[in-house]
Design a protein around this ligand. Sequence first.
Ligand code: PBG
Length: 330
Amino acid sequence: MIITGKYPHLRLRRNRNSDWSRRLVRENSLSVNDLILPIFLVDGVNKKKSIKTMPDIYRYSINRLSEIVDKAVDNKIPMLALFPYTPKNLKNDLGSESLNEDNLVCKAIQYIKKKYKNSIGIMCDVALDPYTSHGHDGLLSKGKILNDETVRILVKQSLLQAQMGCDVISPSDMMDGRIGEIRKSLDKNNFKDVKILSYAVKYASSFYGPFRDAVGSKKLLKGDKKTYQMDYSNSQEAIREVALDIKEGADMVMVKPGMPYLDVIKIVKDNFKIPVLAYQVSGEYSLICNGIKKGIINENSIIEILTSFKRAGCNAVVTYFANKIAKNLK
Ligand code: PBG
């Protein structure tokens, strides 16, 4: 680091003294191109159901999806992430609803692709937790989550999503080896252009609570996800996870949650020249909303926090604020 000159000749405040000057020397800025909007789906007709723990976020039935997708397309948000709320009677031990070609996610992909063509990308979670009666991302046997058996189902789930028109397959389950197996099967079935965004670095976190409410898995979840999601004490391990997933064929990688893991985002970006995304998860979203509602912080905090992801090295952020802030960013 070379510092030429010193005070009083050198005054770092000079570059900050007007708006144009601050804009001129700005190192990072957030744009709508950096945003991915998650959408929750619910079965039925004419439904727009609020979620207790997530202010201003709703579950949409297919026939009301355009309310939110229209906005995202108008805002030029590049991609949506779809998540289903599965009613209890469709959940079972094997999560078999995940492979039903008439399931909510399949219907939503087809609807959006038909109506909006390629004006917006769609990413879908690959994991079993919205569909299992025990709320885990994989198959549960004698208190253990089975890796290879789960991967076999995830491969089928990925293929089904690709057949429906999903652009970006996003395994969020943290099973070992799933990226390679999914890539192999996509290629074999001629889905060579379908991308894989791996949730490569996903921590066992307390910040997912409101999401689990939203997909209806919270009350069902038996135990925790510590045997497959990462220990939040570790960051070196993140490098191994990412290295493996890149080797297996990931096109992009995700770090999740977001704000408590900015150091991890930075490490990943410094070590690999691959698009790095972060997920500002439901607990982060609701905390910020509550802070704003109570007057503890103001709305500017949203952009400030999201810009910190850019500073850390993110190419894009999955955020429930995407539609809300897109207008201010244009
Ligand atoms: C499930 C999944 C989770 C989230 C995205 N995909 C929850 C979990 O792992 O329990 C969390 C997203 C959020 O909290 O906003 N595979």
